[in-house]
Design a protein around this ligand. Structure first.
Ligand code: GRF
Length: 216
């Protein structure tokens, strides 16, 4: 029996394709994390059905039913606390969490952003990439800090921007890498090979092989 697996809570707002890749990865018996609960802020999120189909408990915390951000966040914190969650993954989650919530989960909350941070933070990163004319684009798994898309990086994957790419083609190429990268990033944090140390990510020496994931 190896070390106890970390209990992961996933926050979604939409179809949950990144959530689905985390659920699949956690089915491996030696994966250092188990998915304990999926929370969506939107009742109609497609990811809820995918989680339920995989036998993962789900809860809806509808932000429209809360008077302010603090009470919405507190409800989410309660749901994760009851489920014994000790690590949160944001996966296509489209709400800004309060600084207090983010600080409470400092070092224990990850996000995936579809760009090579610090480039192209915020919305429409693929459009930003095309407008900037970059030839290499990709995705980033990072610790969540109060500033949007700015936390210390855990893992990145790169994809080429090809002639004739439009936003959809580029997004699809990046998304395929996201589905490979997020389980890798969560694994590094769950097994302690990557941890938040102040404003930097600290990597254990032996995780060298998992850092650069340039092979497509
Ligand atoms: C993905 O590109 C993800 O990086 C971004 O939202 C998109 C949809 O994610 N955060 P998902 O399919 O809902 O996981």
């Amino acid at each position: 029996m190896g070390p106890r697996r970390r209990r992961v809570g996933i926050l979604i707002s939409g179809r949950g394709s990144n959530m689905a890749s985390l659920i699949e990865a956690a089915q491996a018996p030696d994966y250092p994390a188990e998915i304990a609960l999926v929370v969506s802020n939107r009742p109609g999120a497609g990811g809820l059905a995918r989680a339920e189909a995989a036998g993962i408990p789900t809860t809806v915390v509808d932000h429209k039913l809360f008077p302010d951000r603090a009470s919405f966040d507190a409800e989410i914190g309660q749901a994760f606390g009851k489920a014994g969650v000790d690590l949160i993954c944001l996966a296509g989650f489209m709400r800004i969490l309060s600084d207090e919530f983010v600080r409470t989960w400092s070092g224990r909350m990850l996000n995936i952003h579809p760009s090579l941070l610090p480039l192209f933070k915020g919305l429409h990163p693929h459009r930003q990439a095309l407008d900037a004319g970059v030839r290499i684009h990709g995705c980033t798994v990072h610790f969540v800090v109060p500033e949007l898309d700015s936390g210390p990086i855990v893992a990145q994957a790169a994809v080429p921007v090809l002639p004739g790419d439009d936003e959809d083609a580029l997004a699809a190429r990046v998304l395929a890498e996201e589905h490979r990268l997020y389980p890798l990033g969560l694994e590094l944090v769950a097994n302690g090979k990557a941890r938040l140390d102040g404003a930097r990510t600290l990597f254990a020496a032996e995780s060298r092989t998992a850092l650069a994931s340039s092979e497509a």
